[in-house]
Design a protein around this ligand. Structure first.
Ligand code: PMP
Ligand code: GLN
Length: 379
């Protein structure tokens, strides 16, 4: 059998969580909250299931949820979104990313992605018959060299995928990055897929620079988000894509044959949540900033170097002073010998990266974070 994706194994997130369970380690590897979804969300999901909202929803989403998503984009970014034509509800951001990529990438097209890149982009590009052009960013600052991006663009380039706040680095794009991206996109016939799943988690008073803030950039973009991150409900696999109507038409052609529609009761529950407890979204940055600070303060006495986290629920540690091992070996050692599971960064690079950096997820109780830090401080 000739595999369509011969180089692909099991995702690092599944691997590390399996190891964490096997060794009964503190699992700071795969990114998911240790705390539960808001009461209202759970109550309303239950309510709609019992009320009999158990059949297909319209393929693009339950209209009142589409409306709430459009209103959120208006309130946060001043975007004028047509809920009916531009918002499509999906089964997680993963589905939205896959569908957006299938919608635009043709055989032989190139897509620029930035390494360390979230692991679902590359397989989706390859399945569409395209090829990724990976531009590597490195510790400690993971800055994008936009000159290098401009030089990588050629007649086959179809799209650029950005991710801000960025998983795994925790970096956010700044206005000069958005300006540089916009200049490249307008000089060439390119699309942007903007992975903004951590849009409501930015620190130290920095605003999230959504592509939705800029009409000209949005005109060429698919903007993708996930309710899993926003409402501590990664297991629900609910997300969405906002795109200009002409792109949403193409997106929906594929979405209808990937899943057709997403879980109906959850869509109603999410609409209620956004309608009745919009403040949850506004409080998320402060909530996670406190978690970031608990973990980084507790690690101050350790031999790890803490890299800045400007958003997401991830913190990077440089372990050069702790171990000579490469990052995959170090994470293996850490979970087996120290009972802490982390994610090695090199797995998110196409070209080998020798940075000695691991990722910790701080979407955990303070107690869990302090326990993990206590172990790490002894290394
Ligand atoms: N993009 C990034 C950068 C992510 O971190 C994640 C989730 N870990 C996703 C996409 C996928 O989101 P979802 O779980 O909603 O499919
Ligand atoms: N996005 C999560 C992370 O970065 C994991 C998602 C998954 O397990 N596929 O850890």
């Amino acid at each position: 059998f000739e595999s369509k994706l011969p180089n692909l194994g099991t995702s690092i997130f599944s691997q590390m969580t399996t190891l964490a369970n096997q060794y009964e380690a503190i699992n700071l590897s795969q990114g998911f909250p240790e705390f539960d979804a808001p009461e209202l969300l759970k109550k309303q999901l239950n309510h709609y299931v019992l009320e009999g909202m158990n059949q297909y929803s319209p393929s693009s989403g339950v209209p009142r949820l589409q409306q709430q998503i459009a209103e959120l984009a208006q309130r946060k970014y001043g975007a004028e979104i047509n809920a009916d034509q531009q918002v499509t509800v999906t089964s997680g951001a993963t589905e939205a990313l896959f569908v957006a990529i299938q919608a635009i990438v043709r055989r032989g097209d190139e897509v620029i992605i930035f390494d360390p890149a979230y692991d679902s982009y590359q397989p989706a590009i390859e399945l569409a018959g395209g090829k990724s052009v990976n531009i590597a960013l490195h510790a400690p600052d993971y800055v994008i060299d936009w000159q290098a991006v401009a030089s990588a663009v050629n007649k086959n380039t179809r799209a650029i995928i950005i991710n801000t706040p960025h998983n795994p680095s925790g970096k956010t794009l700044k206005q000069q990055d958005i300006n540089a991206l916009k200049a490249i996109v307008s000089a060439h016939d390119l699309y942007v897929i903007s992975d903004e799943v951590y849009e409501h988690i930015t620190f130290d008073g920095q605003p999230h620079l959504s592509v939705l803030r800029d009409n000209a950039l949005f005109a060429k973009s698919f903007v993708i988000s996930s309710f899993g991150k926003t409402f501590h409900s990664t297991g629900w696999k609910m997300g969405y894509c906002i795109a200009p109507a002409s792109l949403a038409v193409e997106f929906r052609k594929i979405h209808q044959y990937v899943t057709f529609s997403s879980f109906t009761p959850a869509q109603h529950a999410l609409a209620d949540m956004l309608e009745q407890q919009g403040e949850h979204v506004d409080e998320l940055s402060e909530f996670y900033q406190q978690k970031r600070d608990v973990l980084s303060n507790a690690l101050k006495g350790s031999r790890f170097t803490i890299l800045p986290s400007e958003g997401t629920y991830f913190l990077l540690l440089d372990y050069s002073d702790v171990s000579e091992l490469n990052d995959v070996e170090f994470c293996q050692w850490l979970v087996e010998q120290a009972s802490v599971a982390a994610i090695p960064l090199s797995v998110f690079y196409q070209q080998p990266s020798h940075d000695k950096v691991i990722r910790l997820c701080f979407a955990k109780s303070d107690e869990t974070l302090l326990q993990a830090a206590e172990i790490l401080c002894q290394l």
